[in-house]
Design a protein around this ligand. Sequence first.
Ligand SMILES: CC(C)(COP(=O)(O)OP(=O)(O)OC[C@H]1O[C@@H](n2cnc3c(N)ncnc32)[C@H](O)[C@@H]1OP(=O)(O)O)[C@@H](O)C(=O)NCCC(=O)NCCS
Length: 230
Amino acid sequence: MRATAVRCRIRPMQPDDISMVLDIERQSFPSMWPRIAYQRELKNKMARYLVIYQPIEDDPAPEEPPDAAERGIGALVRRFLGGGPPSREPILGMVGLWCMMGEGHIVTIAVQKELRRQGIGEVLLVAVLEAAMEAGQEVVTLEYRVSNQAARALYEKYGFSQMGVRARYYSDNQEDAVLMTTPPLRSSLFRRLLARRIEEQRSRWGDGYPLAGGFARRLVRPNGEQGIAR
Ligand SMILES: CC(C)(COP(=O)(O)OP(=O)(O)OC[C@H]1O[C@@H](n2cnc3c(N)ncnc32)[C@H](O)[C@@H]1OP(=O)(O)O)[C@@H](O)C(=O)NCCC(=O)NCCS
């Protein structure tokens, strides 16, 4: 029997997701946000939290050719889920953004440990950049621990550059934080880079590309009602 392809999707985080999000937090950060912080954040009108998940679909995903079934993101997610239909949508990663006076600030981004280096982090990053653009932000900033080279490489790949250092910012180990910013989101330089990266993502994910179909357009509705604001 041929394996079923994995379709991943992105949507706003919901209160029911918090337990799985906390599992990812536990694997990812030296100090965790408590449940109450997420509960509050999901009501924060300035915040947008997104998750990437595997939907439980009535309509089964297309079957993969035998060679593709044993490699790539699909095979990895299947191994991660341990076979059989999950009882609820598994959350594979999450990202959070604050929007403040034209500046989007990424407050968290993390992927299930077993699923890293498969392109999920960069899909989340594009989704949150799109969400920032749709919310009218001019730039996106963030900070990372100076020792976190995976994060640095990810952000540089998407055009972020260093704008400063906050000495001993992290209280658990007194580590410095490096501050980064994108160029203006609407600059042609940044748009071109993003378009190139999205093309690379499309060819990597094929039919299962989680951002296919204009993700950002679905997030912010034309009447200004924001699908992801809570
Ligand atoms: C940072 C993180 C979200 C990246 O997610 P991911 O799904 O593993 O990343 P991707 O597979 O999409 O990688 C995209 C790019 O990021 C960079 N990257 C990711 N992991 C890397 C690693 N371990 N070493 C070096 N570069 C890395 C690479 O440039 C990579 O592009 P490439 O595949 O063309 O080399 C993930 O490592 C994570 O959850 N870490 C723990 C939480 C964390 O540190 N978050 C950041 C806080 S600032």
